[in-house]
Write a protein that binds this ligand. Sequence first.
Ligand code: CA
Length: 360
Amino acid sequence: MQRRNFIKNIAIGGLTAGMIGSSKLAQAYPRYRWKMVTAWPKNFPGLGTCANRLAQYITNMSGRRITVRIFGAGELVPAFEVFDAVSRGTAEIGHSSPYYWKGKTEVAQFFSGVPFGLNAQETNAWLYYGGGLELWTELYAQFGLIPFPAGNTGVQMGGWFNKEIKSVSDLNGLKMRIPGLGGEVLSRVGGTPVNLPGGEIFTSLQSGTIDATEWVGPYNDLAFGLYKAAQYYYYPGFHEPGTCMEAMINKAAYEALPPDLQAIIRIACQAVNMDMLSEYTLRNPIALETLVKKHNVTLRQYPDDVLRRLRTVSAEVVAEIGNKDDYSRKVYKSYSQFQTQARAWTDLSEMSYTRARDQL
Ligand code: CA
């Protein structure tokens, strides 16, 4: 009896439990019907399913006070118009990766990842604790957006080629799908970078519109059937050592939410950020085995001198973009300082541990 009275008197949003079910409850808890646009084909393994999970977490954690309807690339807007669509409020959320928006602001590419830069674990450390997310938030505010990390692929693969890459000159004249700063690096060694949304890669490679491509890693590359259009599968993905996906939220829509719903969105993004990395870490090795054993893909490591050359060029590209204006300099400085610290620790911890575990 006492307990019943207690429950009856709990205030919910200024109302007592006795009023549950009344129309006043709906007024106390307004409901939000949001749209999410994504840069991926709907339900695409890993990326599209990460967006689905984000929508599900937000809907479930909020007790359906926010429901999120998902649109894959091309359903409401094309893949590369996600940024504008969320910026102008056509959709409240977008799921993509910041390097797709280099046409808006080149420095955004730092938040996806940097060639020869931070790995996934280090990227999360920089974003959540090293000031990275604050800088990213400052950048996107100009576009009426709020960014959150929302998925990470881990180290990607170098890409698919129909010839062996024995020296840097083999990249000369190569037309390759490769986004972000990695694309700029390719152009500096004589290649032609092309940016295509995921859904167009296979056809372009098969028809010869492009000579080579990178996409993500074994799990995603197997799903697109890239092994049917190229023989050599190169590693490591020097250009994408831990690519961060983003959930961008329309700033006005986010700010109109009560604080508990804002927290739900933030934490749901954090949850999928970890989910995706965990899923890729599990599925990549399984998919790689399928590619090599079942589909006879030829695995190749980039030669050391190719990697050294690409690392030198990458440092030049990153420094140029990181010195374009005051804001870019802040991002570049924060990123580089953290990378120096992180590297000292990663070498001593993760690297020496995996060496002891696997190589001694
Ligand atoms: Ca990629």
